[in-house]
Design a protein around this ligand. Structure first.
Ligand SMILES: [Mg+2]
Length: 275
């Protein structure tokens, strides 16, 4: 996709308006919320939470957040009530409606390799840049200059590439960092799994910003709308590009309007039957 060949989204939104149920899949950091060095303060762009709240309450859209974060971190930042479904750790972890988190079991060899990856960071004196999650360690260098970031990336990968190869772990490069993680479902697997739970003609869209979202874009292409949400365009498998926050807000507002449109005609139909 090139920015100049963007599709018209109106026909897609009309399918949302006609469908009794739709699927809206959303990455969190960089997509719904601008990046913050203080990751626990990465709140959504102004206006995003209220419109998502309306979409959730409207009840005709299954809203699912699929994030690289631990699932339990995202709900408090979003602040929606009821909270939408949240899949964490790039889709390998699922936050259930009762608030409990279903996380995959890790093999001992994986834990040993992650411990070695942690030791490597200690040896390189980089532990202060690490985020420790279940089954993974991520290093973040987003707030550093280009040269310093490249130097840190080199030092991390010097140890981690070998460890990942030996233990069968995945290395996942994302905007502003790299993550070593247990070989587990990724965002593409999460999208395929969610689509398989819905009927084949359910309108579906996936919105994301990062390299890790590319697998999700490829998984939904041919079946739904893939949307890159990013201030600058880059080469991507996504079919549509939205610049946050204005174009993102406009998209979500039009999605909500599409859902409300059928509400109106649906209630009219009920009224006609009852007459
Ligand atoms: Mg992101």
């Amino acid at each position: 996709m090139r920015p100049e060949t963007q599709p018209d989204i109106e026909p897609f939104l009309q399918t949302v308006a006609r469908a009794s149920r739709s699927l809206l899949l959303l990455d969190y950091d960089g997509t719904l919320a601008p990046f913050r060095k203080e990751r626990d303060q990465a709140l959504p762009y102004p206006g995003v939470a209220p419109v998502l709240q309306e979409i959730v309450r409207n009840g005709r859209t299954r809203v699912v957040i699929i994030s690289g974060r631990d699932a339990s971190e995202t709900a408090p930042l979003l602040g929606l009530d009821p909270s939408p479904e949240i899949w964490g750790l790039h889709g390998s972890q699922r936050l259930k409606p009762d608030g409990t988190v279903k996380t995959p079991q890790l093999h001992e060899s994986t834990l040993d390799a992650l411990s070695a990856a942690d030791n490597w960071l200690g040896y390189q004196q980089l532990r202060h840049m690490a985020e420790f999650k279940t089954g993974s360690i991520a290093i973040h260098w987003r707030d550093l200059g280009e040269r310093e970031a490249a130097e840190i990336r080199g030092r991390v990968l010097l140890g981690w590439i070998h460890l990942a190869q030996e233990a069968g772990l995945d290395l996942l490069e994302f905007d502003g960092g790299v993550e070593i993680r247990a070989s587990a479902p990724d965002k593409g697997d999460a999208v395929r799994s969610l689509l398989s739970e819905m009927s084949a003609n359910t309108p579906a869209a996936y919105l994301g910003d990062d390299n890790t979202d590319e697998r999700a874009f490829r998984a939904i292409n041919g079946r739904g709308l893939s949307v890159l949400v990013r201030p600058q365009w880059r080469q991507t498998a996504a079919r549509l590009w939205l610049k946050p926050p204005e174009e993102l807000l406009d998209f979500l507002a039009r999605w909500l309007k599409a859902c409300q449109a059928l509400d109106a005609s649906g209630s009219e139909a009920v009224a006609a039957v009852n007459r």
